[in-house]
Design a protein around this ligand. Sequence first.
Ligand code: HPA
Length: 272
Amino acid sequence: MSYFEHVTEAADWLRGHGCAGADVAIVLGSGLGDFANGVGDARSIPYTDIPHWPASSVIGHAGTLVCGTVAGRRVLALSGRVHVYEGHDLHTVTFAMRVLGRLGVPRVVLTNAAGGISPNCSRGALMVIDDHINLMGHNPLVGANDERFGVRFPDMTHVYSPKLRAMADDTARALELPLQHGVYVAVLGPSYETPAEIRAFRRLGADAVGMSTAPEAIVARHMGMEVLGISCISNAAAGVFPEPLLHEEVMATTQQVKGQFIALLEGIVGRL
Ligand code: HPA
């Protein structure tokens, strides 16, 4: 069976389980899965039930797809994603995006926990991703191009939809939530960066650093989906402060910020 057929089988399976016709899909990053608890008329599907769907092994990633409604919109909430650093290739990492595209989901919100590089991205801040720098050393579109997904050389001028970014700002203003904007640099991980790497990324124009999102965004754009990216700044990046980085700090911050994060997401979904 080809990759396309696997994707199609998973999409058909989800259609058969009442998950068609979503207005938006939301990928919930590390520690941000609680958004899924607020989904109404929820149908919870473990990733392991969906044909060919990869399951994540990272702590803080539940591995559940929830279909239902939020603020009157039909949503698919993906709690948990697989990362390249777990040893998966990029076709596996972006399998979920491909399925969403085949399901006809028109837009996707990609969220993540990220290290803050610029001063306005301090711990606990929420940042709209204006653009990314892909330093993972790989691209999910490498290999024979399947035209049924998209063109060989897709444009990446507006990966993150200007319209959705403006909608995020309007929502934050209405909720009186501070919301930053910046460039996300995607790295492979899983080791955190060195202070020298963070200094280099700062000079390259990056505001936040993380180990996901860019491959999914590229694949979503390849299929013509609209993308919004939101980072929860879970820690200051390496070398910004003298203390070492701990995954526990990442999880603790997302727990502290999740109320704001959920309010922002629900507000955005309500405006779609
Ligand atoms: N670096 C890379 N990825 C991350 C970080 C970080 O500091 N924090 C959360 N994800």
